[in-house]
Design a protein around this ligand. Sequence first.
Ligand SMILES: *Cc1c(COP(=O)(O)O)cnc(C)c1O
Length: 224
Amino acid sequence: MMYDVKGNLKQVIARLPQGVRLVAISKYHPSEYIVAAYEEGQRIFGESHEQELRQKHQTLPKDIEWHFIGHLQTNKVKYIAPYVTMIEAVDSLKLLKEIDKQAAKCGRVIDVLLELHIAEEETKYGLTPDALRQLLADGEWRQLSHVRICGLMMMASNVDDEAQIRREFRLAHSLFDEVKAAYFPDAPWFCERSWGMSHDYPIAVEEGSTMVRVGTSIFGPRLY
Ligand SMILES: *Cc1c(COP(=O)(O)O)cnc(C)c1O
């Protein structure tokens, strides 16, 4: 029996205020699930593995907007640059420069988000608040004319403590405001705050998310 993707999708969308976009995270799920969501009108999907994304992009409708949400190795950028809509988890100048280079080769400007690392989990990925400030202060990103920095993305700690999750979203929001004022006051495209997953997206939208990334609540548990 297929998971009730359409019903779940409707329930998630019903909980999103106007102006908050849904990125349906389809990693590890079969294309039939994506088609079911697509038939309900969903157009933005998120994937975290280059090969899986490539296969899905080749076979699924061409008006799908694909967001790359995982850790992206620089040597994989060239494969997704021709078609990806947004790269959400940019956490180094090196990656930003590679995206710029590959986007230039395709004659594109690729939208990206800078990934913040605030959560308590030990992960290698994401910029600490100070690393984010450093990257922007350094200024080299200003020379990159084929990437457009559209905002910040982050994952809150995977905990049950709602107060902690909320604190992390608030910190992310305040960093967004700081960076917006310092570097992007005249850049209307710098407007995205990508936070909120299945277990915390209702809190995320209360804390100013503009883009939630929800997988399990729509497609069910992932089969790794
Ligand atoms: C997998 C993933 C999600 C979706 O997580 P769910 O708990 O299934 O909603 C969101 N963001 C990122 C970066 C992910 O890797």
